[in-house]
Design a protein around this ligand. Sequence first.
Ligand code: MN
Ligand code: MN
Length: 331
Amino acid sequence: MKKPNTEYSENISNSRSIPNPSSTRSPNEKASQILEKYRRAGEIAKEAKKIAHSLAKPGTSILQLCERIESFIRKKGGKPAFPVNVSVDTVAAHYTAYPLDTATIPKSSIVKIDLGVHIDGYIVDTAISVWFSPKLDDLAKASRDALEQVIDHIKPGVKLSTLGGLAQKTIESYGFTPIKNLYGHQIKRYVLHAGLSIPSTNERSWVGVDRQLEAGRIYAIEPFATTGTQGIVSDGLDVNIFQFLSVPDRDGSLLQKAISFYRAVGPLPFSPRWLNSSSPRESEKIMKIIHSLTKRKILMKYPALVDIDGGIVSQFEHTVRVTRSGVEILT
Ligand code: MN
Ligand code: MN
């Protein structure tokens, strides 16, 4: 079986040498206090999406868009759970601005703005598509409608095959293809992709399909629709998102740098933009260090994910909590 190509890996909390933020709860924290943090993160994410929607226009700087949303999240008392993704047209996910990025949103494009907020490690993950041509209306509606259909059917015990089938049927009814190697996912404290992966297709070959959603758990649901025929994404050339796999305990100037970077960005996915890379020279130095750390497997990288047919992609995402009788949409 092919390993699900989820948005961000779940291996951080198992890492040998990382100062390990618990993936469950912090000591003595009540369920109600945890829920309160998820809800606060959700409120910030909702507002951040409104800002994203109002700022995203053809010609908008992608760097400014990412930074304004991230600084809004911080100003409101949250932290970005990962760099804001602004993925254009054939890029499905994982494009965030380079430190000195000059790219702007193209005319007649569709842009997926995917953002995460955490409070004390309790993460919500949500995305919208914004598009600038009426020709893209149906493509955008396909993933939005799929998301709504799936959420309408969420309750404890619902099977992944039911949810995947619903997403697939809805997207295909618009004449598009669901992306089969991007998944929704369970969320745990400081772990964006934990446990279950939630497909947007009902592929029998995939062993996860008979598993079920459980009450009290947090899940991100995120169908992608594409004009491509295969519904598959693969790694593109742009790489702007990294995450610590382990923090070195040996000495040496590179390892000292790694430790100082880790102190600045923590265990979740980050952007080199968050490491004071405001001048071209400084930014180049930081990128050199990041590449050395990636080669040594201290960091992992998340390349932008591109539709292999050159299809145009839409996405909508919500984070939800499964309740005893149904679902609470947090974002
Ligand atoms: Mn997301
Ligand atoms: Mn997600």
